[in-house]
Design a protein around this ligand. Structure first.
Ligand code: F3S
Length: 298
C-alpha cells in the first residue's frame, strides 16, 4: 500500500501566518484579553487549541472593549470595521493576507478614480464582504459569480469598471469569466485569484489520477476544502475526513493499492499527520507488507 500526501496539502501562507501570529502572541501574553475578530479559520480543531490558550473569537464588534488585543484574520475586514475596531480596542494586529490586502488597494484606488467595481466571488464570504467595504467615492459595486450575473452588472456599470476576483474562487469559472471579459476593453481585469488555491487544486487532481482513492482532510465548514473535495470526486472515489475516526467507515477493497491525501488551506499540519499516522496503524494491523509512506512536503 502506498500513501502519498500532496505537497501543497494544508495551511496556505496567509492562514499559517495568521494562526502562528495569534499562537505566538497568546503564548507570550497569558492573562491578557486576546480576541480574534471573526472565525480565524474554519477549523474547529485549531479554534479549540486557541481557546485552550485563552483566545476568544468575537463575531460582533460591540463585544470589543478597551482592554482587548484584537487580531484580524487573513480574510480581512472592511475599512469601516477596521476603523471601528481600532477605536474600541487597546491594540489591533492585522493579519489580513497580503494577497487580500492587494485587492483592497486595487478596489480602493480605482473607485477613488471613478471606476465602478465588479467582484467575482461569493457575496456571503467574509473576504468578499471585506473587499466590498473598500469601495469608496460612492462608486457602484457588484458581486457576481457567473457570466449571466456579470452581464447584468455590465448593464448597470457607468463608464469604466475594474474586475477583481475572490482569492479562493473556482479557477475554471474565473478563466471563463476572464475570457468573456476580453471583449470589454474599457474594463480593467485584475487576476487576483490566489495561486496557492490553483496549485493545490492542480496538484491534488494530478495525484488523484495516480492513486486508487483520495482523502481530503479538513473541516466541512471550510469552503476551499469543500471545493477540493467536489473537484476530486469527479476524478476518483474521494472521502472527506474531518477526524481520524472517519477513516474507520471507509471500506478498503483488496484492489486498493494506493491512497492520496490532500487537505484544504485551513487544515493544520498536525491534522494531516494524525490521519497519515492512523492510516499507518490501520495498515499495520492488516499486516500489509508493502506499506510505503511517501511524504514530500519540503
Ligand atoms: Fe492568502 Fe491565498 Fe491563503 S489569498 S489566505 S495565501 S488562499
Amino acid at each position: 500500500m502506498i500513501i502519498k500526501v500532496a505537497q501543497s496539502a494544508g495551511f496556505c501562507f496567509g492562514v499559517q501566518r495568521a494562526v502562528e501570529g495569534v499562537l505566538v502572541w497568546a503564548k507570550a501574553n497569558k492573562g491578557k484579553s486576546i480576541k480574534v475578530y471573526g472565525m480565524l479559520i474554519h477549523n474547529s480543531y485549531v479554534i479549540d487549541k486557541l481557546k485552550e490558550l485563552g483566545v476568544e473569537v468575537v463575531e460582533d464588534i460591540e463585544q470589543i472593549g478597551k482592554e482587548d488585543i484584537i487580531f484580524i484574520r487573513s480574510h480581512g475586514v472592511s475599512m469601516d470595521e477596521y476603523a471601528e475596531i481600532e477605536k474600541r480596542a487597546e491594540k489591533v494586529y492585522d493579519f489580513t493576507c497580503p494577497y487580500v490586502k492587494k485587492i483592497h488597494e486595487i478596489v480602493n484606488e480605482h473607485s477613488e478614480n471613478g471606476y465602478d467595481i465588479i467582484v467575482v466571488g461569493d457575496m456571503n464570504h467574509p473576504e468578499v464582504k471585506g473587499i466590498v467595504g473598500h469601495v469608496s467615492n460612492n462608486r457602484k459595486c457588484f458581486v457576481v459569480d457567473s457570466i449571466e450575473k456579470i452581464k447584468e452588472a455590465i448593464n448597470q456599470v457607468e463608464g469604466q469598471a475594474v474586475v477583481v476576483c475572490q482569492t479562493t474562487f473556482d479557477s475554471k469559472k474565473w478563466s471563463e469569466i476572464r475570457e468573456f471579459l476580453e471583449t470589454h476593453t474599457n474594463y480593467k481585469v485584475f487576476d487576483t485569484i490566489c495561486k496557492a488555491t490553483i496549485n493545490r487544486q492542480k496538484e491534488a487532481s494530478e495525484l488523484a489520477k495516480h492513486v486508487d482513492i483520495m482523502l481530503v482532510v479538513g473541516d466541512k465548514k471550510s469552503s476551499n476544502t469543500n471545493k477540493l473535495y467536489q473537484l476530486l470526486k469527479e476524478i476518483k472515489p474521494t472521502f472527506f475526513i474531518e477526524k481520524v475516526e472517519d477513516l474507520d467507515s471507509i471500506k478498503l477493497d483488496s484492489h486498493i493499492k494506493s491512497i492520496g491525501v490532500t487537505a484544504g488551506a485551513s487544515t493544520s499540519p498536525e491534522q494531516i499527520e494524525e490521519v497519515v499516522k492512523h492510516l499507518e496503524e490501520k495498515f499495520n494491523e492488516m499486516t500489509l507488507k508493502d506499506f510505503e509512506r511517501l511524504i514530500d512536503r519540503s
